[in-house]
Design a protein around this ligand. Structure first.
Ligand code: ATP
Ligand code: F1X
Length: 310
């Protein structure tokens, strides 16, 4: 069982516009809604692959109920701590002419200290039978910046493995608790390290430095180029094959899902990277936040190119 934590879920609203023009009135015709937020996406992708998962976090109001309905339709297990303020909506505007997308992510509802306390209790109970906890995404207002540090420390005390996928000060603080795996994308890794990562050599050094900062394994995802991972000893590069992109939203989450499934099975780093990239690749082939389809993942798995780097 893999537990996921989404402190800041969202109702993803995808809008297709043909030829988006900034500062003008744009008319759209189609909106699709998805249960979103990074940890929720991870759970959805794990579930799609036939593995057991439960999604935890906060949900409030109409939007929260809509997310629960969407998850229930997919047969996903969840246990969200109720909050008084409404869960946010995130808008993803997809320009069907340029095939580029623009995301508008809200900060999220304010969480009260008593809601946060209740969440810790809920998570403790709901993750009892999990051996991995995946913590992903932004942190809503009202929650201290060391929240992931606290959650990772208490998971480790209970003998659970941890995966952290977040940014900025939350990633920096979380690393101090020594998560088993972190998956920044290039931009997030650059922000963490305070320098550009342009060449392969720079990315390898970056991954090794993130391991020194506390991660057991650092996986730096590089969009269409795949990923580079290091556990401090080995360095693996897994390349993504060329595919026609329908939506890149949730590609990173599908990758994290693959890494979590592999970690749970005790696979080698190489196999974990293979599954992560197969799931990330399959995710960009589907529209909106639809994420990967199992049959696409199985098709790509043997076709992912793996290289061991020095
Ligand atoms: N254009 C693409 N073609 C093929 N695979 C892709 C493409 N973009 C992303 N991927 C796959 O998805 C993985 C994660 O992508 P990326 O590095 O963009 O993560 P991310 O920025 O965390 O994503 P997001 O935040 O949108 O979920 C990549 O390592 C790769 O395997
Ligand atoms: O605002 P955050 O928490 O950083 O990210 C939220 C989000 O962009 O992440 C997912 C894609 O990775 C989407 O479901 C959602 O809209």
């Amino acid at each position: 069982m893999i537990t996921t934590v989404t402190l800041n879920p969202c109702l993803d609203k995808h809008i297709d516009v043909h030829g988006l023009v900034l500062y003008e009135t744009n008319r759209w015709h189609l909106m699709s809604k998805y249960a979103g937020g990074k940890g929720i996406d991870v759970s959805r992708a794990i579930h799609e692959m036939g593995n057991d998962t439960i999604a935890c976090g906060f949900l409030g109001s109409e939007e929260g109920r809509e997310i629960e309905t969407l998850l229930a339709k997919q047969g996903l297990k969840y246990r969200f701590t109720p909050i008084s303020q409404p869960t946010r909506s995130c808008f993803i505007i997809y320009d069907t002419k340029t095939r580029r997308q623009t995301n508008l992510n809200a900060p999220g509802p304010r969480i009260t200290p008593s809601e946060l306390k209740l969440f810790h209790e809920d998570l403790h109970r709901e993750s009892a039978s999990s051996n991995i906890i995946v913590m992903s995404g932004s942190v809503p207002p009202g929650i201290p910046s060391n929240v992931y540090f606290t959650l990772i420390k208490s998971a480790h005390k209970l003998g659970k493995q941890t995966i952290l996928d977040t940014t900025g000060k939350y990633l920096r603080a979380g690393l101090k608790a020594k998560p088993c795996l972190v998956k920044p994308n290039i931009r997030e890794a650059e922000e963490l390290l305070g320098r550009k990562l342009e060449t392969e050599a720079e990315i390898i050094l970056g991954a090794k430095e993130i391991v020194q900062m506390g991660a057991g394994i650092a996986v730096i995802s590089m969009g269409k180029k795949g990923l580079i991972a290091s556990d401090g000893k080995q360095v693996i590069k897994a390349s993504s094959p060329y595919v026609r992109v329908k939506s890149a939203v949730g590609a990173g989450d599908s990758t994290v899902a693959g890494l979590a499934i592999s970690l749970c099975r005790g696979d080698s780093l190489e196999e974990a990277c293979r599954l992560g990239v197969a799931m990330g690749t399959a995710a960009v082939m589907t529209p909106g936040t639809e994420l990967c389809h199992r049959e696409d993942v199985l098709y790509w798995l043997p076709r992912i190119k793996i290289r061991r780097l020095a």
